[in-house]
Design a protein around this ligand. Structure first.
Ligand SMILES: [Zn+2]
Length: 312
């Protein structure tokens, strides 16, 4: 009988350990959503983000697939009652690293580490206050970048979308109204993608292959649908954190340096909410370009970095 008891104890401890692992993964997923800044809360399809949450999110670290959240932090996230997404993510939840393994070539966080190339990506374009300034700097330095377009913003600023294309940059789909896609049933999710796809096609005559979900969050079945329909989901491995607390240009550069390496995909923003001040991003850009080139990096578009076609 003592042997049987011992066996039972072993089984119990294995079960507990598995539970802890599952909890940590969920926490990583939950905090990655809360870390992202909110573009236009009123426009979100489903939103329960409040300023208070933004505040508490500043304590969380952002979407970095290289970071694992300890169990203690998982509890903290849970108690703050953020967004009520934790429960949903528990069922669906899959860390970025797992998603990358499950959908190789379709859910992407970086390019090849073997070549000294990096890609600059700008989300939440087009924004007449910020995007033209970014374009001017890129043009001056003869750098091409990738812009992730929000459908309703594109509809309001078609000339800016045309300009992005005309100046040799690549555009990708960033949903119709910056919705939290993981909150949407499949038909509404598809609508977010197709509506934006149609607007971009009408304005610029192209059908983007690249999709970046707002906050980097997408459910496995949504990624699977994307794959079937010829889309590639591209997140990032370097977060400039320019969305958080209106950082100075030196803070933006310092944030980028933290995880920069060959093949990196760098997240910045070319548009923001009404209270968003992206002067840090704007001022950092010339310095960033020179810093990257000084380190021997070639700055390329995402399709170049990933060896994929830009458009379907
Ligand atoms: Zn965004």
């Amino acid at each position: 009988m003592p042997i049987l008891n011992k066996l039972l104890r072993i089984i119990t401890s294995i079960t507990v350990a598995a539970g802890i692992l599952a909890g940590a993964e969920t926490a990583a997923s939950a905090s990655s959503i809360s870390a992202a800044w909110i573009l236009e809360p009123a426009k979100q399809t489903l939103t329960n983000s409040q300023p208070k949450q933004k505040q508490s999110s500043s304590r969380q670290r952002s979407n970095n697939p290289n970071r694992n959240k300890p169990r203690a932090k998982a509890k903290k996230v849970n108690r703050s009652g953020k967004r009520n997404i934790k429960r949903a993510n528990y069922a669906e939840g899959m860390s970025w690293v797992h998603m990358q393994k499950k959908f190789p070539g379709t859910f992407v966080l970086s390019g090849s580490r073997d070549k000294r190339k990096v890609a600059l990506t700008f989300d939440d374009a087009p924004d007449p206050r910020v995007t033209p300034v970014i374009l001017n700097t890129l043009s001056k330095h003869r750098i091409r970048a990738t812009f992730f377009i929000v459908g309703d913003r594109a509809a309001k600023n078609p000339e800016l979308v045309k300009r992005i294309i005309r100046e040799g940059h690549v555009i990708g789909n960033h949903s119709y109204n910056h919705a939290v896609l993981t909150k949407l049933p499949l038909p509404q999710f598809q609508q977010q993608i197709w509506k934006t796809d149609g607007i971009i096609k009408r304005i610029a005559g192209v059908s983007p292959r690249l999709v970046r979900p707002p906050y980097g969050e997408m459910k496995p079945q949504q990624v699977a649908w994307g794959k079937q329909n010829g889309f590639t989901v591209v997140n990032w491995d370097v977060d400039s954190e320019d969305w958080r607390n209106n950082p100075s240009s030196s803070r933006v550069i310092a944030n980028i340096k933290k995880t920069l390496q060959p093949g990196s995909i760098i997240l910045q923003h070319a548009g923001g909410g009404d209270r968003q001040n992206l002067s840090g991003t704007i001022d950092a850009l010339p310095v960033l370009i020179e810093m990257l080139q000084g380190k021997g990096y070639e700055i390329v578009t995402l399709p170049e970095l990933l060896g994929k076609k830009a458009y379907r």
